[in-house]
Design a protein. Structure first.
Length: 380
């Protein structure tokens, strides 16, 4: 129990079942039902009273969603009710679980990535439990102001602020760059006016790594860093922070509302910015119902089919731009931007930032490619 209570004390506002570090414990609020239903599935060393005390003092645990998962629904059922088609492959804990849908093959690439991620995260957690990763995050280099950097760059240049991406490969495009030195690329991006830098950390499908994130952070590059990861567990947010990330991606197509809320709180407690990614109106509407959202990314590429459609940003902004503006949320246009016309198109749609990978990383000189993308040099 000691470590769990210590975790609760470190971040009382964020304590939840997801903070339980043992791999036999639930990993997110949406699958944490067992913790409160009598401890049936939980074999961690803690006293039930202490956990219940922590839970009862957290308003989040009296919310509708919690009542919903307490009523016995699986994460896949809850997610499906929210329009999420990506299924979580919850490893069976007792014979009645893990049958039917959970045992089927992945139906698309995002589902495959998420299923692989579940295995990866549980292995990483076994090696470095939550308590230890939380401690490391406290010794990480200080958080830098991601939102501030975007706003300043937008005001300075009058074109959307650039989040330039470091991505070696992707499932849709294969290897994008053979000669791949993350620090050199980051320096080139920074020198040529990128406001922030996004670093892919998924190894299996994007050939990225947390080492890349850490080396860039320790290289003297000053741009705030976005950890581009498939987050399914709050552990990953602490881990990203411990490696120097200033912001992290949260994908609405993967995370049910309760997880999203909880993870937003974890980000906040660490001082990090959450970039919440949506691809369609339903996801956007879900996200707009949450408190504390500052930055939304509209992905022009479906992660399920890879179909790219730049008009997606415009379409969603036409439908929900008013609410977004009223709430002071900044929008990032993501994916498939290659020319000044593409940038102008999403800027006219109402975005004040763009996330660009392929068109820069494939260029012989990724730094110089920035001026080509915007049709002018950016001021730093
Ligand atoms: O390389 P592009 O088309 O410029 O796209 C960059 C970025 O938007 C894309 O890499 C991305 C957007 N959302 C993601 C989620 C996971 C992995 C990658 C992504």
């Amino acid at each position: 129990m000691e470590s769990l209570l210590a975790a609760a004390h470190l971040h009382p506002a964020t304590f939840s079942p997801a903070s339980l570090s043992s791999s036999s414990c639930s990993r997110s609020p949406s699958v944490a039902r067992g913790v409160r239903s009598g401890g049936r599935t939980v074999r961690c060393a803690y006293t039930k009273d202490a956990i219940l005390y922590a839970l009862e003092h957290d308003a989040m645990f009296n919310s509708d969603e919690v009542i919903q998962w307490e009523s016995g629904k699986t994460i896949n059922t809850i997610a499906a009710a929210q329009g999420i088609s990506i299924r979580r492959r919850c490893r069976p804990r007792y014979p009645s679980e893990g049958s039917g849908d959970d045992k089927a093959v992945p139906r698309d690439i995002l589902e495959q990535i998420i299923w692989d991620k579940e295995v990866e995260v549980s292995q990483r957690k076994a090696k470095k439990p939550l308590r230890s990763v939380m401690e490391s995050s406290e010794h990480a280099p200080p958080v830098r102001d991601f939102m501030g950097a975007l706003t300043a760059a937008y005001n300075r240049n009058g074109v959307p602020a650039l989040i330039a991406e470091i991505k070696k490969a992707s499932p849709s495009r294969g290897v994008l760059r053979e000669n791949f030195n993350p620090v050199e690329i980051a320096q080139a991006y920074e020198e040529n006016g990128a406001a922030c830098i996004s670093i892919l950390t998924d190894e299996k499908h994007f050939q990225g790594s947390f080492e890349n994130l850490e080396t860039v952070r320790n290289s003297g590059v000053k741009c705030p860093l976005l950890c581009k990861e498939f987050v399914i567990d709050a552990w990953q947010i602490y881990y990203a922070r411990s490696k120097g990330a200033d912001a992290i991606l949260l994908i609405a197509a993967v995370l049910p509302d309760l997880d999203m809320k909880y993870m937003l709180r974890v980000c906040k407690s660490l001082g990090m910015t959450a970039l919440i990614e949506v691809h369609d109106k339903r996801e956007l509407d879900r996200v707009l119902k949450l408190d504390g959202v500052e930055l939304i990314g509209i992905n022009n590429r479906s992660l399920e089919t890879f179909v790219l459609d730049t008009s997606n940003t415009r379409m969603l902004m036409e439908k929900r731009g008013d609410i977004i503006r009223d709430r002071g949320i900044m929008v990032v246009g993501e994916s498939g931007l290659f020319t000044p016309d593409d940038v102008a198109y999403v800027q006219n749609a109402g975005v004040s930032s763009v996330l660009v990978g392929e068109s820069l990383i494939k260029a012989e000189d990724p730094g110089r490619a920035i001026a080509g993308l915007f049709g002018k040099e950016l001021m730093r």
